[in-house]
Design a protein around this ligand. Structure first.
Ligand code: B4P
Length: 184
């Protein structure tokens, strides 16, 4: 199973990816988490990523693409993976296609978590990460609409949309049902 999770900040990508990764026995690869780990460890990549995270901007594609390629080359990702927060631009989608082409693998599905802005803003306000201030949250929503939403058309043939409103369990049930339908 090779899955990509797309949705606005706060739609619950990280939350659902953890559950789905466990369920399918595939690694959950979150670019947001990888950046934050690098920031905490003070690596060069972390130092470069930090100012983008703090501003709610996307980290440049060349930084992000290399990091994901290295992670996908690790042995645990060969049989399958769940990508959370990548790709976020058409350029990143092309980079992912190139990485997958090398192994002859294809994406099985792109799972879109769909939630209205007022719901996601409220969730993120309650979380309290350093990029969860009202101003940066609103900016991240704009960045999503401007740069990431276009991916839904790019992946139109394999997008499965799930309503991400309700409890974590309700959303997970919807996601599992949608993926089960897909695999027939
Ligand atoms: P991410 O780490 O991907 O964070 P996110 O989109 O804000 O959150 P997510 O949708 O995963 O929500 P979560 O499950 O945590 O990105 C952060 C930053 O990293 C970006 O702004 C960018 O700078 C950078 N970045 C990441 N990927 C990049 C890329 N590919 N290219 C360039 N830059 C990149 O849930 C949010 C909250 O809601 C949590 O508190 C959770 O407990 C709660 N919640 C979840 N589901 C809920 C539910 N059903 N009901 C109630 N609360 C719920």
């Amino acid at each position: 199973m090779r899955l990509v999770l797309i949705g606005p900040p706060g739609a619950g990508k990280g939350t659902q990816a953890t559950l789905l990764g466990d369920r399918f026995g595939i690694p959950h690869i979150s670019t947001g988490d990888l950046f934050r780990e690098n920031v905490t460890r003070g690596t060069r990549l972390g130092q470069e990523a930090r100012r983008y995270l703090d501003a709610g901007e996307l980290v440049p594609d060349h930084v992000t693409g290399g990091m994901v390629r290295r992670r996908l080359e690790e042995p645990d990702a060969r049989p399958g993976f769940l990508l959370d927060g990548f790709p976020r631009t058409i350029e990143q989608a092309r980079a992912l296609a190139t990485i997958l082409a090398r192994t002859g693998a294809d994406l099985d599905a792109v799972l879109e978590l769909d939630a209205p802005e007022d719901v996601v803003v409220e969730r993120l306000r309650g979380r309290g990460r350093s990029d969860d201030t009202e101003e940066i949250i609103r900016h991240r929503q704009r960045v999503y609409r401007r740069q990431t939403a276009a991916l839904l058309a790019h992946y139109a043939d394999i997008v499965v949309t799930v309503r991400a409103v309700g409890t974590v369990e309700e959303v997970a049930d919807r996601a599992l049902a949608a993926l089960a339908k897909l695999s027939g």
